[in-house]
Every structure is written in structure tokens, then in C-alpha cells.
Write a protein that binds this ligand. Structure first.
Ligand code: PEP
Length: 252
């Protein structure tokens, strides 16, 4: 029996103005009351001050969806880890497939961002996952192992307790196509085995590994029942408090 944290994290992506965020977060706070798991909502940057104020003193944690790896300087449009930390943000998604695909993020920049998050005391949610093409070509495992190895190259075993990994098959994100619980378990176990190889078994057993990809109120319980799935990273369904609440309730 492991003592890993079960985490249900919402990724609002580029949705909700600050006013809308305040209303949705109020509803999330209600459905998250008494939750048996850690609850996180990752909002757009401009919503973070309001989200941190609304969530203060509650059991809901606020996360960002990205950060820049430099501490400060001439990086127009970017946000540093210290800026997030000062607001009261606790988590940050790093290397989401949409950032890799549309904003040219690489495994190397993901590694730098993980380092910046940890140095500022933020919990990084490292996203990895294969495309449909990679799955069909039989190179899924190799691809995910490479993503993990590069992203964590500079992370010491002692810091791994502060890292969360999310397995997000690209073909399942925002498509309504969910990985079967067997497919999701297979890759989450592969990730844990890779962590055991890079560090040691105890370290690998301590890391929370989430599944993300069209998780919803109906399929959450079966996915979350898998031995190596310790929670979910939820996009679309996190924008509806009622559905998000059902997913939270499914996480024991
Ligand atoms: C995500 O954005 O991380 C995600 C899993 O989205 P969705 O739940 O909408 O597939």
C-alpha cells in the first residue's frame, strides 16, 4: 500500500475571464468540500490573483499552466516562478502537449522549467504522452521514456516527492476519446518503472502519476481504480463544477 497523494487537477486552458473564474471557482469550492483527495485548479495567468484570493483557506489549490525558466529579464510576455509563488500558486503544469505543439516547447525547455518550479517551491505537473502515430508505429514507450529522462535529468531523488507526472496521450486530449483503463495503466506503470530505473523503487512508488485525456464524470472511477493511476488532469470536464465534483468524488 503506497502513501501517494491522489490528485484531481483541472486545466482550464484559455477559458474564463477573471469574473467568470471567480464564479466557477466558487462552485468548485462547494463541490470539493470534504474531498478525500488533493484538488487543484490551473487557471489562465490573469485569473490567478482572484483564484488565489477565493481559494485561500479552502482545500482547493491553485495552479498555473506554464512558467518561464528564467528568474527575470527581457522575456516579453513571460511569467516567472517567483511571480507565481508570491501570488500563492502551489502547482504549475509543465510541458502540456498543447504547449509542445503550438509553442515549440521541447524536452530541454521542459527540463529547465521543472528546475525553476522546484527552486521556487512550486509543484510541477510534468506532462508526457504519445501521438496516435507514435502509438501505431510502436514507439510509444521509447518516446515517453525519453520525455521522462530528459525532463528529470537534473532532478535529484530527494526532490522527486515534489514532482507530479501526468500521462496524457495526445490523441485523447479534447477529443472525447479516452484511453481504456488498461492502456492508461500500462503507460502509467511504464512511467513508474522508468522512475525506478532512474532513481530507486521507493522514489518511484512515492510519485503521484495522473492520467489525462477526456477523463469525465462517467469514466473517472474506472481509470482511478488502476494501481498506477493516482489521479487525473482534466480539461473540458473541469469547466463544469458538477462534473468536476463527480470526478473528485470518484477519487478515493
Ligand atoms: C488536458 O488539457 O490536459 C486534458 C486532459 O484535456 P481534456 O480533459 O479536455 O481531454
Amino acid at each position: 500500500m503506497s502513501n501517494r497523494k491522489t490528485i484531481i487537477a483541472g486545466n482550464w486552458k484559455m477559458n474564463k475571464t477573471p469574473k467568470e473564474a471567480e464564479a466557477l471557482l466558487g462552485d468548485v469550492l462547494n463541490v470539493a468540500k470534504g474531498a478525500a483527495c488533493e484538488v487543484v485548479v490551473c487557471t489562465p495567468y490573469v485569473d490567478l490573483p482572484c483564484a488565489c484570493a477565493v481559494a485561500k483557506g479552502s482545500n482547493v489549490n491553485v495552479g498555473a499552466q506554464n512558467l518561464h525558466f528564467k528568474a527575470s529579464g527581457a522575456y516579453t510576455g513571460e511569467i516567472s516562478a517567483a511571480m507565481l509563488q508570491e501570488l500563492g500558486v502551489g502547482y504549475v503544469i509543465i510541458g502540456h502537449s498543447e504547449r509542445r505543439e503550438y509553442f515549440a516547447e521541447t524536452d530541454a525547455t521542459v527540463a529547465l522549467k521543472i528546475g525553476a518550479a522546484l527552486a521556487a517551491g512550486l509543484t510541477p505537473i510534468l506532462c508526457v504522452g504519445e501521438s496516435l502515430e507514435q502509438r501505431e508505429q510502436g514507439i510509444m514507450g521509447e518516446h515517453i521514456r525519453t520525455q521522462i529522462k530528459i525532463a528529470l535529468a537534473d532532478v535529484a531523488a530527494a526532490d522527486m516527492g515534489k514532482v507530479v507526472v501526468a500521462y496524457e496521450p495526445i490523441w485523447a486530449i479534447g477529443t472525447g476519446k479516452t484511453a481504456t483503463s488498461e492502456q492508461a495503466q500500462e503507460v502509467c506503470k511504464l512511467i513508474r518503472d522508468t522512475l525506478a530505473e532512474l532513481y530507486d523503487d521507493a522514489t518511484a512508488q512515492s510519485v503521484s502519476i495522473l492520467y489525462g485525456g477526456s477523463m469525465n464524470a462517467k469514466n473517472a472511477a474506472e481509470l482511478l481504480a488502476q494501481p498506477d493511476i493516482d489521479g487525473g488532469l482534466i480539461g473540458g470536464a473541469s469547466l463544469k463544477a458538477e462534473d468536476f465534483g463527480k470526478i473528485i468524488a470518484a477519487a478515493k
